[in-house]
Write a protein that binds this ligand. Structure first.
Ligand code: AHR
Length: 657
């Protein structure tokens, strides 16, 4: 009878159940607090790679809205019927407008035949039925002209799924025109068709289309479904804007936060460094509009309760590319950018940059407490620049924690040199990156057990298990990778006195526009789905706990014996014990968890489980969610929970204390 009930539970829930045949004994000492887990512990790494911002999180549907791509008509098509006597011209204002110099001039000399300007969007435009869309354009109708703009959203067969009109006034000035329309159909691959009707000449710039329902319904805002996935993680921080994009392929191409603020017409569009990075994944139409700029970033972090963690260029371009550096005597402007960013985020509204923040709509400070000096830099040239940054920032803002690069690899000469030198310089936080195989992650679950306890803290700032090899286009977000990350993360949590933050990288990838795989969240024009890795991150972040406590198997930390990995924490706020266990074996494992130091544990534990018997399993758009959290409850007898750990599973138990 018991066996048949048990078999039934396995079939239904399949993961972790009570069993009478406990064999392995895990011992938790709930009253032996080891380390405080920082609220920042589990965070997010955001970079505009894989069309993560433009064409992704930033909800603008028009690609190359300001004609500033190197090829100014990229993304646009002019369709002219033969009866139409008409011309289009790209005009460059040059000195008149250095941030947005180009615009398009359309001239019609007769009214016969059609003239259309069609924008293809980012791999098409994702349009939702019954959603309202807001169109806007800056336009100047030349005197004597009588033209109107007939706007349509078309599906791939040319059917109209929404339409509207703009009637510009004759004017010698640029004017902003807006209209809204509602879509009748859902379509992932729509295009925007602007038919120019009438006779005369019109100049147009900043041709834009946004859905009404962005995140928090902010006009010109972010894609709500994508932000929701981030919010659901309850991340401790958001690292932004990267990643190599901070560095640029050369210094001219570096990320400069001051150029990303205020009126979007004045945010200078720039080529995205991932445009040309991988010959095997070319992205000629990848640019940065900076519509998701630094103000929006701080706002996003605040919205989802995450601490901001901006990473700043320190006068060094990507060392995998040009390795260009700013002259050491000309570091001042880079350092000033960092100082000004602190003032922008935290300064009161009487300061120059605090006043700017207030004028953008946020008089209250953004509570910036940390920033990164450079991204993935290495060698002596980095140390020279780090010293200058640290001196200037610490003397003005002593409480700001600086995050410092340990380079692209978690071992080797470059790593050792930076690690030794930065520790001697008492650097606050060291940023380690590991894009390694799943076996590396399993084998490194004890990596931090023997790290020095005092001194610099560790930020696992970019990591992801690579199913093939780092940056291979064949990498998959499969279950083995996610499971290995879950196992490795037990070691991060166990060493929370050393590791203060961690973030998986990269975050987003457009299914048609990616350069780098694996990624935490995949999306297309209409939807987004969470990978197994996402669920691992989410389970850690949603079950963070406040302090670590020991969990052992045969008096040793649980870091690979019998393919088991475990960590335990208490949550002083909810008065719960939180245990995370990975069974990396392809067989069910039975055991018991003995809870010492808890007077009277609850009689039930809430268990959340990720599991799949197939380590190659992935999630995907095609309605397949092979790996997603499932919840169940188990009974606890006295101070012991008997458990059976399903093959290839990650389980999180929460027990009232
Ligand atoms: O996450 C992708 C890239 O990997 C980041 O931009 C860079 O920092 C690292 O090399």
């Amino acid at each position: 009878m018991i066996n048949s009930i048990r078999a039934g539970i396995i079939a239904a829930a399949c993961f972790l159940i009570n069993t009478a045949h406990a064999q392995k004994q895990l011992v938790v000492k709930a009253n032996e607090v080891k380390a405080t887990i920082q609220p920042t512990m589990w965070g997010i790494f955001f970079e505009d790679i894989n069309f993560g911002a433009d064409g992704g999180l930033y909800a603008e549907l028009v690609k190359n809205r300001s004609f500033e791509f190197n090829m100014p008509m990229m993304g646009w098509k002019v369709v002219k019927e033969k009866e139409a006597e008409a011309t289009t011209l790209i005009i460059n204002r040059q000195q008149g407008d250095t941030t947005n110099p180009r615009f398009i001039r359309v001239t019609r000399n007769n009214t016969a035949g059609k003239l259309q300007l069609i924008n293809e969007g980012f791999k098409g435009m994702g349009i939702q039925q019954n959603e309202q869309y807001h169109f806007s354009v800056l336009a100047k109708l030349h005197p004597g002209s009588d033209l109107q703009l007939h706007l349509r959203l078309l599906d791939p067969k040319g059917n109209t799924i929404a339409e509207g009109m703009i009637h510009p006034n004759n004017s010698n000035d640029w004017q902003s025109y807006k209209t809204s329309f509602t879509a009748t159909t859902t379509e992932a691959k729509a295009v925007l068709d602007i038919a120019i009707e009438g006779k005369g000449s019109i100049d147009m710039d900043m041709i834009s289309l946004f859905p009404e329902h962005t995140w928090k319904n902010r006009p010109g805002g972010l894609r709500a479904d994508m932000v929701q996935l981030l919010a659901d993680m309850h991340p401790g921080f958001i690292r932004f804007p990267g990643g190599c994009i901070v560095e640029g392929r050369d210094l001219a191409n570096r990320y400069q936060w001051k150029k990303t603020l205020g009126d979007i017409n004045n945010r200078k569009t720039m080529i995205n460094r991932w445009n040309t990075e991988f010959a095997h994944r070319p992205a000629p139409d990848y640019y940065q509009s900076f519509g998701l700029g630094f103000y929006e970033y701080f706002q996003l972090a605040e919205d989802i309760g995450a601490s901001p963690l901006p990473i700043l260029n320190c006068g060094m371009a990507c060392q995998f590319n040009t390795a260009e550096v700013a002259d050491i005597n000309q570091e001042d402007s880079y350092i000033q950018d960092a100082l000004d960013l602190v003032e922008f985020a935290n300064g009161d509204t009487t300061t120059k940059w605090g006043a700017l923040r207030a004028s953008l709509g946020h008089p209250a400070p953004f509570h910036l407490q940390m920033m990164g000096v450079g991204n993935e830099q290495w060698d002596q040239q980095y140390i020279e620049r780090y010293r200058l940054f640290a001196k200037a920032i610490k003397s003005k803002y002593p409480s700001i924690q600086l995050i410092n690069s340990l380079g692209p690899d978690p071992e080797g000469d470059r790593f050792t040199y930076l690690n030794d030198t930065l520790r001697k310089l008492h650097a606050d936080v060291l940023d380690e990156h590991y894009y390694r195989s799943p076996s590396w992650f399993f084998n490194n679950a004890k990596r931090y057990d023997h790290y020095p306890r005092g001194g610099s803290k560790i930020f696992a700032g970019e990591y992801a298990a690579q199913s093939v090899t780092a940056a291979s286009p064949l990498n998959k977000n499969n279950w083995l990778c996610a499971l290995s990350e879950a196992a490795f993360m037990t070691g991060l949590e166990r060493n929370a006195d050393v590791v203060s933050m961690a973030s998986y990288a990269p975050l987003f990838a457009h299914t048609e526009g990616w350069q780098w795989t694996p990624d935490l969240i995949w999306f297309d024009n209409l939807h987004a789905y969470a990978t197994p890795d996402y669920y691992v991150q989410k389970l850690y972040a949603n079950n963070r706990g406040t302090q670590t406590v020991p969990i052992t198997l045969n008096n040793e930390v649980v870091a690979g014996q019998d393919s088991l990995y475990a960590t335990a924490a208490i949550d002083q706020v909810t008065n719960e014990l939180i245990i995370k266990i990975v069974n990396a074996a392809g067989r069910e494992q039975e055991g018991s968890i003995v809870m010492e130091g808890v007077n009277k544990p609850g009689t039930k534990a809430r268990v959340t489980i990720l599991q799949n018997n197939n380590t190659e399993a992935i999630n995907s758009f095609e309605g397949v969610v092979n790996i997603a959290p499932k919840e169940q409850e188990i009974t606890i007898k006295g101070k012991t929970a008997n458990v059976s750990l399903a093959p290839y599973s990650f389980a999180v138990l929460r027990i009232k204390m």
